[in-house]
Design a protein around this ligand. Structure first.
Ligand SMILES: [Zn+2]
Length: 201
C-alpha cells in the first residue's frame, strides 16, 4: 500500500501545481489509533474513518509516519519515555485500511513523509528540515490553505504544525481539531493554536 519511493521523489518546475487545499495527516498509525496499539491515544480509533471521509475534498494529502529503528532513543529500553512503537515496517507503523482509496491517488496528489528514523534523535515535528527542491516543500509554498489533523495533538501534531510556520504564514494554516486526539485533555494544542493565531476548524 505504501510507496516509499515517493519519499525521495523530486518535482521539477513544470510539474508544480497550484493547490487550493492541502491536508496534512500526522501519524495516524496503528500503534496510536488502535486500542491494542503500543502507544494508543484514547479516542483516536474514530480518526481513520473521519479523515478518510474528508480526504477526497483536498487537492493533495501528506501522510507523516513515525518510523523508528528498533533501538530508537525514545523507547523505554533505551532510557526514553515511550514504549516501543512504530518500528519501521511493522504492523504497528502501518496506516489504516480505509486510507487505501486516498493512497491510490498516487504520488502527484499524495505523499508519505517519514520521521524519527535516526536512532539517537527524538523527532516529534515531521518538517524540521525540508529539502527546498522536494515535493512537500513545493506543495507548502503553492498551497492556498493547509489543514492539519492527526495524533497526538500535544506532541507530533503540535510540533509538525510549528515546523510548518517556518515555511508558510499562520493565516494559511488551520487545525482540524475534530480530527485530532491528544494524550492530554487537548489544552496543550489549544494553547499552541491561540499563541500562534492559527485557525481551528
Ligand atoms: Zn515515535
Amino acid at each position: 500500500m505504501m510507496t516509499l519511493a515517493a519519499v525521495s521523489c523530486k518535482t521539477n518546475s513544470e510539474e508544480e501545481m497550484e493547490i487550493k487545499n492541502l491536508l496534512i495527516v500526522v501519524d495516524v498509525q496503528r500503534d496510536f489509533f488502535d486500542p491494542s496499539g503500543a502507544l494508543y491515544v484514547p479516542g483516536s480509533e474514530v480518526l481513520p474513518e473521519k479523515i478518510a471521509a474528508l480526504a477526497d475534498n483536498y487537492d493533495a494529502v501528506v501522510f507523516t509516519l513515525d518510523w523508528h529503528p528498533g533501538n530508537h532513543c525514545s523507547f523505554a529500553a533505551q532510557g526514553g519515555i515511550w514504549p516501543s512503537h512504530c518500528v519501521a515496517f511493522t504492523q504497528g507503523a502501518g496506516l489504516p485500511d480505509c486510507f487505501a482509496k486516498t493512497l491510490a491517488r498516487g504520488e502527484k496528489q499524495v505523499q508519505i513523509f517519514l520521521k524519527g528514523q535516526e536512532s539517537d534523535k527524538e523527532q516529534y515535528g515531521a518538517f524540521e528540515e525540508l529539502d527546498s527542491e522536494g515535493v512537500i516543500y513545493n506543495w507548502l509554498k503553492n498551497s492556498e490553505k493547509i489543514d492539519v489533523c492527526g495524533i497526538a495533538g500535544d506532541y507530533c501534531v503540535k510540533e509538525s504544525t510549528a515546523n510548518l510556520l517556518k515555511y508558510v504564514p499562520a493565516e494559511k494554516i488551520s487545525v482540524l481539531v475534530d480530527c485530532v486526539r491528544s494524550i492530554d485533555d487537548g489544552s496543550t494544542l489549544d494553547k499552541f493554536i491561540s499563541d500562534n493565531s492559527l485557525s481551528k476548524k
